[in-house]
Structures are given as structure tokens and as C-alpha cells.
Design a protein around this ligand. Structure first.
Ligand code: OAD
Length: 263
């Protein structure tokens, strides 16, 4: 069922990639569209970093299977028990500190250098897109390697693992919190505007490794689609957003994304 797929896809099949009937023509279509595109917007979620060994949130081994988000990732939880919240973030910092970008992060970073107009919107807080070299990006849920003062609001880089609990601001001695958008909090206005502009102005919107359950990012594919973009989804799970997505490629991000775009 892979006739006409091209050498790259056939090699991938030998490595155990899931290729169903029809994937071949979908792949060539997406390759051609990306090669010709002048404006591309990419949206990523935890699935792109899963191949680097960073746990996702909602899969079988997802973080939200073992932890209650309302105890750890809400402003109320931080007010109630900042020590517990920081301990959890220290554990995640330790986990992420050793992880490296994979081939999918690398190809997304190359796209930025080769495509006329490019923007990356990531829901990931792990910083792996930056590590891969991406600079034209909105980290809409923040970054685990940044802290923010709850008193003076200053945001600063912080790579300490573990961070001393409880950490305090070097400027005003206020309590520091992770610079992460928690449940019940809004996105930064600057990120919303950059994302919206990128979604409304792209020829192709490529969505990689997100369950599409957390708003506003869950609505981003529809924004791009309404504005006329060709929407492509890469996910390990079978297609789910059939109304909005024009082409779906099922498999691991690290296997699929390098097939889509040869720099
Ligand atoms: P989820 O954990 O909800 O979804 C991960 C998605 O990646 C699923 O659709 C998987 O099928 C897919 N996936 C898993 N492994 C993959 C692989 N190797 N290649 C391709 N796809 C793969 O993660 P997000 O959608 O990112 O919020 O979750 C959205 C937000 O919810 C996160 O940003 C986080 C969380 O609470 C904050 O950190 C603020």
C-alpha cells in the first residue's frame, strides 16, 4: 500500500513506521505543498518532545494520569502550597534537564531558516525548540527555565536544578513562581497577537503532537483553516479533527517531520 511513496518513506517503513493505505499520496502532497509554501505556521505540543523522552500529559504514561493538575498547576495550588508546587517543578526540571532536541525539533528549526515567513507556536515549556535553534517562536504556555516574581513581576532565566525552595527574587525578595501559564490563567497578550497573526497569514499550518484539548491552542487549527490555510496534522494517534485538518500523517514526530521538509 505504499507505492509512489518515495524512497524516504519506504526506509521509514522498514524502521516500523505506521504507514496506512493513502499515506503515500498524502505524504507527497504535503512535501510538495511545504516545498512551495511562502508562509508556514507550526503548532507543537508534548508529542514532539515525547521522542526526546519528555513525558506527555494525557497519554497512557501522561503526567495527568499520576498527578492532579488542580493540586500542582493552578494559581490556587501555588497560594495553598508553594513548596509542593515547586517540588513538582523541580522534579520536572530534573527530568527535562538531560533531554535533547530530536530530529523533529531540528527540522522545525531549519524551516525557520528556509521559509520566507515562518512562525512557531509551541505549548511546550521544555525549551527544546530553542535548544534546536528556533528563534521565531511563541512559547504560549511559558518556559520551565524561567521564573517570575509574584511581587515585582520580573521574569528571569533560571537553570538551577534543583532550585532552592522557596526561591526569592534577587531584586525585591518576593516569592518566585515558575513562568508557566497555569490552568485558569490567560495567555500573554503578546503571544496571543503573534499567534493569531501567524495563523491568519499562513499558507500551511502544521500541527505536531498535540491532543488539542487545551484552549486557546485547541482552536488554532480552525483559525488557520478559516483564513484559508492548508492544515496538516502529525500525530501518533489516528486522525481526530477531520473537520478542520486537510491531511493527517500518523506516526512519531521524529520519523514523520523529517520526511516532510528537506532543507
Ligand atoms: P497532551 O499530552 O495532551 O497530548 C500529546 C499528543 O501527542 C497526543 O495527541 C499524542 O497522541 C501525541 N503524541 C505522543 N507521542 C507522540 C510522538 N512521538 N509523535 C507525535 N505525536 C505524539 O499534550 P499537549 O497537547 O501538548 O499545559 O497538552 C496541552 C497542554 O496541556 C500542555 O501545554 C500542558 C498541559 O496541561 C501547560 O504546561 C500549561
Amino acid at each position: 500500500g505504499t507505492a509512489g511513496v518515495g524512497g524516504a518513506a519506504i526506509r521509514q517503513r522498514k524502521q516500523g513506521l505506521l504507514l496506512t493505505m493513502g499515506t503515500g499520496s498524502t505524504l507527497s502532497l504535503v512535501q510538495a505543498k511545504l516545498a512551495a509554501a511562502r508562509s508556514v505556521t507550526v503548532l507543537t505540543g508534548a508529542g514532539i518532545s515525547a521522542d526526546s523522552g519528555v513525558p506527555t500529559f494525557r497519554g497512557p504514561d501522561g503526567l495527568w494520569r499520576n498527578f492532579r493538575a488542580e493540586d500542582l498547576a493552578t494559581p490556587e495550588a501555588f497560594v495553598r502550597d508553594p513548596k509542593l508546587v515547586w517540588e513538582w517543578y523541580n522534579w520536572r526540571r530534573e527530568l527535562i534537564a538531560t533531554k535533547r532536541p530530536n530530529a523533529a525539533h531540528d527540522v522545525v528549526a531549519q524551516m525557520e531558516r528556509r521559509i520566507e515567513r515562518f512562525w512557531l507556536i509551541t505549548q511546550n515549556v521544555d525549551g527544546l525548540h530553542r535548544d534546536a535553534g528556533s528563534r521565531q517562536l511563541s512559547e504560549i504556555h511559558g518556559n520551565i527555565w524561567k521564573v517570575r516574581c509574584t511581587t515585582c513581576r520580573q521574569v528571569s532565566d533560571n537553570r538551577e536544578v534543583p532550585i532552592p525552595i522557596l526561591p526569592s527574587c534577587g531584586r525585591c525578595a518576593g516569592l518566585l513562581r515558575p513562568h508557566i501559564v497555569w490552568f485558569g490563567e490567560g495567555l500573554a497578550e503578546e503571544d496571543l497577537q503573534a499567534s493569531d497573526a501567524a495563523l491568519r497569514n499562513c499558507d500551511i499550518c502544521l500541527i505536531i503532537g498535540t491532543s488539542g484539548l487545551v484552549y486557546p491552542a485547541a482552536g488554532f487549527a480552525a483559525v488557520a483553516k478559516r483564513a484559508g490555510a492548508f492544515v496538516v496534522e502529525v500525530n501518533l494517534d489516528p486522525p481526530q479533527r477531520s473537520g478542520v485538518v486537510d491531511a493527517t500523517l500518523q506516526g512519531r514526530a521524529k520519523d514523520i517531520v523529517p520526511l516532510l521538509f528537506q532543507a
